[in-house]
Ligand binder design. Structure first.
Ligand code: SF4
Length: 419
C-alpha cells in the first residue's frame, strides 16, 4: 500500500508520525509524499487552538480530494477530542485518538488487536534529517491548567521507563544520529508513577550513551530543580538550551490559569541558569489575551517579560477550548485585543532574539551540521545554544559537530516562534 502522512502540532506528533511510518514500512508498505496519490493518507492532528483544528479539517479535505478512493485515517489530539465532527467529513475512513493511534499498522493489516490490553509506553522517535531525533519519553498531563485541553486529548501523565529510553537511544545512535531532543507533554513529570525521576534519566543518558548532544524540549518552571540545572551545566552532552513555559507574566493571571509557580520563582530559575551558563539560550511559551489581561495588567506583563533574561518567546493567542475551566472564568478579553497583545509580545520576542544573537557574535560554539543543501549553496546547523548558523555546503560535514565562531553574516534569523 502507498502511505502518506501529514502532521500538525507539536514535536510529539512529529515523533509519533515518524515512528508510525517506520512501522508501516516494516509491514511492507511504501511511503510516498503527502502531495502524491496514495492508498492511505494519515493525518496526525492537533487540538491546541481553534485555528489548529481548522487547519486539520483543510488537510483532511485535501487528502480526500487527491484520491477519493483512498483510506483516510485521522489520528491524534483532535481525533481524540472531537471524533464526532471528524466523522461527519465524508471520505474519512478511520478515526483513532491518542489512546489507539499506535495500533494503526495492525488495524490496516486487519490484525486482531486487544485495545484493552496493557501495553508498554508507546515510545516513539523521529529520524527525519538523520542528524537529530525527537524522542518521546513522556505523554499526558495531570496539571489541568484552566486554558488547556491537552489533558483531555492525551490523558494523565505516563512515561517510558529509564531502561526503555536507554534502549531507544541506542537504536537512534546506531543510525548515526548525533542529537536527541527529549520530548513530552509535561517532561518534568517523567517517571513519577514508577518512582523514577527525570534527573535520574538525564544522568544515565549522559554517562551510558554515545549521543553527542541532548536537549530537553520543554520543562515546567516548578519542575526544574537547582540540582538539575547544576547537572546540565557540568554534563558531557546536555546543551545550554532551555524551553521553560511562562504562559503569563503576571501573578494574577498565573493564578487564574492554575499554573504552579509565580513570577518570582520563574525569575529565580532563569537567573540560576544564566549564572551557571551565561550563554544559555532560554525560550518561553507565552499566551496573549487570557482572562484578566486588561491594559494595566498587560503593561505589567510586558515590563516583566522585557526584564527577564529570555532569548526569545513562542507567542500563542488564547482561544477558548471546549470543556476547559477557563470558559467559566471572569474578565474575558475581546478577540481583537488578544491579537493586539500577541503582536506586541511578538515584537518583544524579535528584540530579544536579535539581542541574544548579537550577544553571541564573536564567541565560539559547537554546531551540528544538517544534510540539506539550500538553494543558495549553503548548509545549516544549530549551535549548542540554539543559534542557527549557515556556511557553504560541504558534504563531508553533514552530521558532524564542529566548533565555529558566531559571525553576524553566518546567523540565520529563522527562530521558530510557534509550536
Ligand atoms: S502543564 Fe498545563 S499547559 Fe502544559 S499540558 Fe499540562 S495542563 Fe496543558
Amino acid at each position: 500500500m502507498r502511505c502518506a502522512a501529514h502532521t500538525l502540532g507539536c514535536k510529539l506528533n512529529f515523533a509519533e508520525t515518524s515512528h508510525l511510518l517506520r512501522r508501516l514500512t516494516a509491514y511492507g508498505h511504501q511511503i510516498v509524499d503527502f502531495d502524491d496519490e496514495a492508498d492511505l493518507y494519515i493525518i496526525n492532528t492537533c487540538t491546541v487552538t481553534a485555528i489548529a483544528e481548522k487547519k486539520c479539517r483543510t488537510i483532511i479535505r485535501q487528502a480526500i480530494r487527491r484520491n477519493p478512493g483512498a483510506q483516510v485515517a485521522v489520528i491524534g489530539c483532535f481525533a481524540q477530542n472531537d471524533a464526532a465532527s471528524i466523522a461527519r467529513i465524508p471520505g474519512v475512513t478511520l478515526i483513532l485518538g491518542n489512546d489507539r493511534k499506535h495500533l494503526l499498522p495492525e488495524l490496516i493489516a486487519n490484525e486482531k488487536v486487544d485495545t484493552e490490553a496493557t501495553t508498554p509506553f508507546p515510545l516513539a522517535y523521529s529520524s527525519g534529517d538523520r542528524t537529530r531525533s525527537f524522542l518521546k519519553i513522556q505523554d499526558g498531563c495531570d496539571y489541568f491548567c484552566t486554558y488547556c485541553a491537552i489533558p483531555f486529548a492525551r490523558g494523565r501523565s505516563h512515561s517510558a521507563t529509564i531502561e526503555q529510553v536507554l534502549q531507544a537511544v541506542d537504536e537512534i545512535a546506531a543510525q548515526g544520529i548525533r542529537e536527541v531532543v527529549l520530548t513530552g507533554v509535561n517532561t518534568g513529570t517523567f517517571g513519577q508513577q514508577r518512582g523514577e525521576t527525570l534527573l535520574q534519566l538525564l544522568r544515565r543518558l549522559d554517562s551510558e550513551t554515545t549521543i553527542a548532544r541532548y536537549r530537553i524540549s520543554s520543562i515546567e518552571p516548578n519542575l526544574i530543580t537547582d540540582e538539575m540545572v547544576r547537572f546540565i551545566a557540568d554534563s558531557r552532552a546536555f546543551l545550554p538550551h532551555f524551553h521553560i513555559p511562562l504562559q503569563a507574566g503576571s501573578d494574577k493571571i498565573l493564578k487564574l490559569m492554575h499554573r504552579r509557580y509565580d513570577t518570582a520563582l520563574y525569575r529565580e530559575k532563569l537567573e540560576l541558569i544564566k549564572r551557571l551558563m551565561p550563554d544559555a539560550c532560554i525560550a518561553a511559551d507565552i499566551m496573549a489575551g487570557f482572562n484578566g489581561e486588561d491594559e494595566t495588567e498587560f503593561a505589567r506583563v510586558c515590563q516583566y517579560v522585557e526584564s527577564l533574561p529570555l532569548s526569545y518567546l513562542h507567542v500563542f493567542t488564547y482561544s477558548n477550548r471546549p470543556n476547559t475551566a477557563a470558559l467559566r472564568l471572569p474578565e474575558p478579553i475581546p478577540v481583537a485585543v488578544r491579537r493586539e497583545h500577541s503582536h506586541a509580545l511578538q515584537a518583544i520576542s524579535n528584540q530579544k532574539r536579535e539581542a541574544f544573537c548579537q550577544s553571541q557574535t564573536g564567541k565560539q560554539h559547537t554546531v551540528l551540521w544538517e544534510s540539506t543543501q539550500h538553494p543558495d549553496g549553503t548548509m545549516q546547523g544549530w549551535t549548542d545554544n540554539y543559534i542557527r548558523l549557515c556556511r557553504p555546503y560541504d558534504a563531508t560535514l553533514v552530521g558532524t559537530v564542529t566548533t565555529e565562531t558566531v559571525e553576524k553574516s553566518s546567523i540565520v534569523y529563522n527562530f521558530p516562534t510557534e509550536g
